[in-house]
Write a protein that binds this ligand. Structure first.
Ligand SMILES: [Zn+2]
Length: 248
């Protein structure tokens, strides 16, 4: 079996002097790992492009016994050089990458995870004003795209519009939004003020290129963060622990 696919290099490691293992995220294959024999030496086949955060076009296939995947060639589609010189941007990118990796690990491929991560990298490369809450925005957008986020337009019981709800009640288990009157019995509730709920609603339907325009105060950011992380823990079984996501 052989294939050619565009993919983002998530991580690489050396396992013999000139050989690499490479973890990649593609729109169709999701997260996959392959060996690149001669990966750190062969400029003809790999062109020095097997570095984290590079978008590459890979040609890969399984070995004869079908035991592992092998990169036959790879070429650079797009690099993000600003990440290599700006540690703050690199940190934000790494945080988003770790979440994408945790979400896709062992899961069916979800093209939107790849596309949103690519959008984040383009933002970090080309935009001067980067929102501090970028990783939170990314997590919220991915959660919504995966279908775990409530319909945020109105209370699911009485239909009151979000703009008229002072305190929005989110049922983490049911994935539903209710007003204060209807939300008392929701299991595993998270209560959010109007601004935080509206911010999440905006995030749920926007792509990274418009995020620099979102002005989110630290207090609202904290509220959103609690809600997003509760959903991630309950529905994806992931918690942030010592700089990485851990399955619980
Ligand atoms: Zn209601």
């Amino acid at each position: 079996m052989e294939f050619t696919e565009k993919a983002l290099v998530m991580k690489t490691g050396r396992f013999r002097e000139a050989d690499l293992w490479v973890r990649l995220l593609g729109p169709n294959r999701g997260l996959f790992q392959a060996f690149a024999f001669g990966g750190s030496r062969s400029r003809r086949r790999f062109g020095g492009c097997l570095d984290a955060f590079n978008l590459v076009l890979v040609h890969a296939g399984t070995d004869r016994a079908g035991r592992y995947l092998q990169l036959k060639e790879a070429s650079l589609v797009h690099g993000y050089p600003r990440l290599r010189t700006d540690l703050a941007r690199l940190g934000l990118a790494a945080n988003c990458l770790k979440f994408a990796e945790a979400v896709q690990d062992g899961a069916q491929s979800t093209p939107v995870v790849f596309e949103t991560l690519q959008g984040v990298l383009e933002l970090l490369e080309g935009e001067d004003r980067i929102p501090e809450a970028l990783p939170l925005f990314f997590r919220a957008r991915v959660l919504f795209a995966l279908g775990f986020w409530p319909e945020l337009a109105s209370c699911h019981v009485c239909g009151k519009r979000l703009n008229d709800i002072a305190l929005a009640h989110f049922g983490v288990e049911s994935g539903r939004l209710a007003c204060a009157e209807c939300g008392r019995d929701l299991r595993q509730r998270v209560v959010l003020g109007r601004e935080a709920a509206q911010t999440l609603q905006l995030l749920s339907r926007s792509d990274p290129d418009v995020w620099p325009a979102f002005d989110v105060s630290p207090a609202v950011r904290r509220e959103c963060s609690v809600a997003v992380d509760r959903f991630i823990e309950y529905h994806l079984g992931l918690v942030w622990d010592s700089g990485r996501y851990r399955r619980i």
